[in-house]
Design a protein around this ligand. Structure first.
Ligand code: PLP
Length: 376
């Protein structure tokens, strides 16, 4: 057994999955030979087909990053300018920014205390006659209450988009999460379980979305003579696509390793007073993107920030995802958080969430060492 001084440090929350370098070389050789570098090359098209199959959607369109994919997913809906899009404040800044960049207004709704995903009751309270869409986030890999959100969207005639950056490969009752709502947006950034160094994807369950998304991704160009929409450059190059083709077969192995880590963390932490481990969701196959704890300082006796600092001193870099939350950022500071409770739960939990190192570089001894932080 390794002693703590021999532990590999630093230890980060994520570590990018990488194929063996020699496996990448034939792809490079072919790219050099064909001189097809971007604009929908053969690797790009093959990866889109494979991802469409993997995510079980008829329309899977690659993007240069998740943020551009979010921008385009919202753009595709042609929402009225200045209309309101209800979202969660407990997310990465890109979620709210994508709304604002589209000249729409983000309206923040509280999270559910169990899953930390957007609370449908709070969403319903946030609806006005200016609301045009809901942008929900499967945060940490927890799946939103997709049934209630779809019910609300249908009842009020709203569009529904999922930021599924944390939910690649997750299923609910054997159904891919990529098929819910009007669209699901993935990030293939290096920190995500499946990545293309940088990258993203829009998945939709409608084949007819393909053309509008395709045009928006490429400046709105339909053909040599026609530009049909106010598009952007969201294209993915062949190097990124090759990495994706090599990484895709590796993720089931990575997911299995992370699933074991999750089990071990839970075993060691589940009976620590004031520390809440994530609960499995009924019918959900977890994406294994993050492992998050909720630390209640009153019953645990120490704050989340204290645990974070103490781990950091030992070379263990946990992350306070997503603190500060969006409404703590300058552009959204005066925005209200709509809630079904007296005080929004997100304002409490933002000081209590902590993501622990969660990837195949974390050994069993590391888990023991990290969890020792939580024993008196
Ligand atoms: C990573 C992430 C994004 C943005 O993805 P990029 O590919 O980095 O642009 C959006 N939303 C969430 C929740 C994320 O975690």
């Amino acid at each position: 057994m390794r002693v703590p001084s021999e532990m590999p440090r630093p230890l980060y929350v994520t570590q990018p999955l990488l194929p063996e370098l020699p496996d990448f070389l034939p792809f490079l050789a072919s790219i050099w030979q064909t001189k097809v570098l971007t604009n929908g090359g053969p690797y790009h098209n093959r990866l889109e087909r494979e991802l469409g199959g993997f995510l079980d959607v008829p329309s899977a369109m690659l993007f240069n990053n998740g943020t551009t994919a979010l921008l385009v997913a919202l753009k595709m809906l042609n929402l009225p300018a200045e209309s309101e899009v209800i979202t969660t404040p407990l997310t990465f800044a890109a979620t709210a920014h994508a709304i604002t960049w589209n000249s729409l207004r983000p309206v923040f709704a509280d999270v559910d205390p169990e899953t930390l995903t957007i609370d449908p009751a709070a969403v319903e309270k946030a609806i006005t006659n200016k609301t045009s869409a809901i942008l929900a986030v499967h945060v940490y890999g927890n799946i939103c209450d997709v049934i209630s959100l779809q019910d609300i969207a249908s009842k009020y005639g709203l569009h529904l988009i999922y930021d599924a950056a944390h939910a690649f490969g997750a299923t609910l009752n054997n159904r891919s999460v990529a098929g819910f709502g009007d669209a699901s947006v993935f990030s293939f950034h290096a920190t995500k379980l499946f990545h293309t160094f940088e990258g993203g994807l829009i998945a939709t369950s409608r084949k007819r979305d393909k053309d509008p998304i395709y045009f928006l991704r490429n400046f709105g160009i339909k053909n040599e003579d026609e530009v049909v929409s106010v598009g952007i450059n969201g294209k993915v190059n062949e190097l990124q696509a090759a990495i994706g083709l090599l990484n895709l077969p590796l993720i089931e192995g990575e997911r299995a390793l992370r699933s074991n880590l999750r089990r071990r963390y839970c075993e060691l932490l589940t009976s620590v007073p004031g520390v809440r481990v994530p609960q499995p969701q009924p019918g959900v196959l977890n994406s294994e993107q993050y492992f998050h704890l909720v630390i209640d300082p009153t019953s645990f006796g120490r704050t989340r920030d204290d645990v974070y600092d103490s781990l950091k001193q030992r070379g263990i870099f946990s992350r306070k995802y997503f603190h500060p939350i969006c409404t703590d950022f300058e552009p959204y500071r005066r925005f209200e958080i709509h809630s079904a409770r007296h005080d929004p739960y997100v304002n409490t939990v933002k000081s209590q969430v902590l993501c622990l190192p969660f990837h195949s570089g974390v050994e069993e001894e590391d888990v023991n060492d990290i969890c020792a932080e939580f024993y008196g």
